[in-house]
Design a protein around this ligand. Structure first.
Ligand code: FAD
Length: 302
């Protein structure tokens, strides 16, 4: 069994629960990512999803920060609610987009007040309609600056993003890895990868990161495929590649949504098995606020 090893935090969450500590004693861990819903109906669905995943005892739940910082308040409210109402450890995403240092400090202060111990510090993507990230006046240009800012002033466990197939703007994986090293040197305790579909891509990336002196846990980001056109869009944006054999299997079943979902779950299960067998410290599921595929994968992994 690779899960349910952690104690029941809903009974005694303890004063501080850092993801770096959880990863040090629960291996492999699994965690899930949600985004703040747009309306009340979405919020109710999200809490149904949380309820369905809770029995599997995720090590932590993360909540994204909308483009342009648009969900600032919602992200803070949601991490607080999920921690309080579901008794699950949470991590807030935070980006540099459209915010001054002062505004970012306000969000961090709210997280402290809400009893949140974990933050993933990101630069963020350019706002919709813009192609280039522009440093906000009085703000940060790169995630590393935000990480240094947080580390110098707060006691959070700080996570950062990394990209096994390189960040879309980076000239090379090597150049991008130098930036990842910088983020760790400035205080990132944990790295979480962008989604990818081939476990070898992850292992090769981890080997290169270790060779560069990056020693922190590198949690593998996994997105179960549930919809072909959606995953094509997401991979095009993120720079992740779909292995040709997987793509042709998916295209082979065409418009049969249930068959696409079945292949997606099969693939993600095999991917998780390979990652765990190869020593990945944790799997972070990009759930898109749905529980079914993640639950199916967790059941198979048992
Ligand atoms: C696990 C995870 C969670 C995410 N959550 C969110 C979210 O909640 N909200 C959201 O909007 N986006 C989110 N993203 C997307 C992320 O914001 C984008 O990928 C963004 O384009 C880069 O963010 P970063 O933190 O990796 O940036 P950085 O680490 O700043 O890197 C961005 C680019 O700049 C380069 N770079 C870094 N430092 C320097 C430097 N000093 N000089 C020159 N170049 C440099 C890097 O090589 C890279 O190409 C997430 C991504 C991941 C993997």
């Amino acid at each position: 069994m690779w899960m349910c090893i952690r104690p029941d935090y809903s009974i005694d969450p303890g004063p501080v629960m850092k993801i770096s500590d959880i990863l040090a004693r629960t291996r492999p861990s699994f965690s899930v990512e949600f985004f703040p819903p747009k309306d009340q109906e979405g919020m109710e669905r999200l809490f149904e999803t949380v309820g369905k995943l809770r029995p599997y005892a995720p090590s932590f739940v993360s909540v994204t920060y909308g483009a342009g910082g648009s969900t600032r308040r919602l992200t803070v409210d949601l991490v607080q609610r999920i921690k309080r109402e579901a008794g699950l450890e949470t991590m807030a995403h935070l980006t540099c987009v459209g915010a001054t240092r002062h505004e970012i400090a306000e969000v961090l202060d709210q997280l402290v007040t809400s009893g949140i111990d974990n933050v993933i510090a990101l630069r963020g993507d350019p706002p919709r309609g813009e192609t280039r990230f522009v440093t906000p006046e009085g703000g940060f240009s790169h995630a590393s600056e935000l990480i240094g800012f947080i580390r110098a002033r707060y006691g959070f466990c700080v996570a950062a993003a990394c990209y096994p197939e390189k960040h879309v703007e980076a000239l090379s994986l090597e150049a991008d890895l130098d930036r990842v090293k910088e983020k760790v040197d400035l205080g990132a305790d944990v790295l979480i990868t962008q989604l990818f579909f081939d476990p070898e891509v992850y292992f090769s990336f981890v080997a290169k990161a270790r060779a560069r002196g990056i020693t922190v846990p590198i949690v593998a980001g996994v997105m179960p495929i549930t919809n072909l056109s959606q995953i094509k869009r997401i991979t095009a944006m993120s720079g992740a590649s779909l292995p040709p054999a997987l793509l042709s299997r998916l295209e082979g079943v065409g418009a049969d949504a249930e068959a696409v979902r079945r292949i997606g779950v099969e693939h993600a299960t095999a991917q998780c098995q390979a990652l765990i067998a190869g020593g990945a410290p944790g799997i972070h599921f990009y759930t898109l606020n749905r529980s079914r595929a993640t639950v199916d994968i967790l059941e198979r992994l048992r």
